[in-house]
Design a protein around this ligand. Structure first.
Ligand SMILES: [Cu+2]
Length: 469
């Protein structure tokens, strides 16, 4: 595993970690979690940008202690803790990239007025062949809308690319409306815990995970609608349960179709290349990351076209995509997020965001500690290949998968709204969404606030079905 090979002394890390995290900040009760105040948020903001694992962990512990939260569920798992510390040590506070820009399309995708009737997002497997083909054609079209193409939207492809950064010395590619999202996502990872993306704006492993991705999908959906000239177009979602109805969840024939988004790949270099209509039409990865699932640095970026790759079902960390049982578990999470709002110590029994993102704070598998092995993380890990690296939007499956993640959020919100209980209905059914900058501007998309993304119907869409309590 790549991140075990760097020269961090593991024994020392373990010692430091146990010292710093002797009181598990995750051991909180719900009422204490709900009592989060603006001042705590500020504390997290200013200190969460530390790249030094010891300081960050110490800060979390202090924050918990001052809250008087009770420790009631035993000790920190030392293996989990050691891996967390190792991951934190990979973040580089000095590295910063101001890319890609919003490229003259302020708030693209956000309607001026809530629509009278939301457009309905449907399950991929419920679409007929013509509708599926329209989706794939829209993805292909976005790759072809380059800065110079003169197509509507081509000005939005005039973003700053990693592949044009002189310091990185990479090969530029024709910038286009699809790879904008790939670069935005890479940037969100390499800027993690830097001055560019302090804790409140982190688009993963933090409260803005769901709003950030909700906006990414909304924006992409608007691009796709424009590209194919259909303002009613909606992005379909990948219902994970479809794969469990298949004879073998590791093949998932309802999703991996040669005629549309392509094959499931395989477990070796030759077989992992995706085949089918999508890739036959020139769909390749132009910019991608190498060097492990949590490469927080710009060093691992490659700009050199290569085929799309999938390793569906090849992971040793997960078996099959997310299950119905896991989905049902979303309704048992009482608050949107809980201190310390990270991936390593936030209690997944309490925090809906932590649970849906897929983290479990007693995981010991490095892959699972780094990226999560339940729900959202499980879908990525199970699909493998391009889906498991910073540049994961290279695979259009990313957007179908995240649309289902967004659907889970919508379902949780609706359950809260339907409860009739005032404290569950706040913020459009997001009880426990932290105050302060966590509600403010999104990373890169400075002109869109996280709390604008709460009411998805006002953003113009709804889902054909939602899981319910
Ligand atoms: Cu992401």
């Amino acid at each position: 595993m790549e991140f075990w090979t760097n020269n961090v002394p593991l024994v020392l890390l373990c010692f430091v970690s146990l010292t710093a995290c002797g009181n598990d900040p995750a051991d909180t009760d719900v009422s204490a979690t709900e009592a989060t105040t603006a001042s705590e948020t500020e504390g997290t903001e200013s200190e969460g940008t530390e790249s030094d694992g010891t300081q960050t962990a110490g800060t979390e512990t202090e924050g918990t202690e001052t809250e008087g939260m009770e420790t009631d569920t035993g000790e920190v798992d030392p293996i989990h803790e050691m891996i967390c510390m190792q991951l934190e040590s990979l973040a580089d506070p000095d590295e910063s990239y101001a890319i890609p820009g919003v490229a003259g399309a302020s708030r693209w995708g956000i309607p001026d007025e809530p629509p009278a009737t939301p457009r309905v997002r449907r399950s991929w497997s419920s679409l007929d062949a013509a509708a599926k083909k329209q989706v794939v054609d829209a993805f292909i079209a976005l790759k072809q809308i380059t800065v110079d193409s003169g197509d509507p939207g081509s000005s939005r492809a005039d973003y700053n690319s990693f592949c044009e950064q002189p310091a990185l010395g990479l090969n530029p590619y024709p910038k286009n409306l699809y790879d904008y999202y790939v670069e935005a996502h890479i940037n969100a990872f390499v800027s993690m815990r830097t001055e560019l993306m302090p804790m409140p704006r982190m688009s993963h492993m933090a409260p803005q995970f769901l709003p950030w991705h909700r906006y990414l999908l909304l924006r992409l959906e608007a691009d796709m609608a424009e590209a194919i000239g259909d303002p009613e177009f909606t992005l379909p979602y990948w219902d994970w349960e479809d794969c469990w109805e298949d004879d073998d969840p590791n093949t998932c024939t309802p999703i991996f179709e040669t005629d549309f988004l392509g094959t499931a790949g395989g477990c070796d270099d030759a077989s992992q290349v995706v085949e089918g209509y999508l890739t036959d039409n020139g769909f390749v990865a132009n910019v991608y990351s190498v060097g492990g699932v949590m490469n927080f640095t710009g060093d691992g970026i490659v700009c050199d076209p290569r085929p799309l790759v999938r390793n569906v079902g090849c992971s040793t960390s997960v078996v099959g995509p997310p299950t119905a049982e896991e989905v049902a578990g979303i309704f048992a999470r009482p608050v949107y997020d809980a201190m310390p709002y990270n991936s390593c110590h936030t209690e997944e029994d309490i925090s809906f965001r932590q649970y849906l993102e897929g983290f479990n704070n007693s995981d010991r598998d490095p892959i699972c500690v780094a990226a999560g092995c339940a729900l959202h993380g499980r879908g990525h890990e199970w699909m493998g290949g391009d889906m498991t690296i910073n540049s994961t939007p290279n695979d259009p499956m990313f957007f179908l998968h995240h649309n289902n993640v967004d659907r889970m959020w919508a379902a949780w919100q609706e359950a809260n709204l339907a409860s009739g209980e005032a404290d569950r209905m706040v913020d459009h059914g997001n009880p426990g969404y932290p105050e302060g900058d966590f509600r403010g501007p999104l990373f890169i998309f400075d002109d869109v606030r996280a709390d604008e993304l709460f009411d998805y119907r006002a953003l113009g869409y709804a889902f054909d079905t939602l899981p319910s309590e």
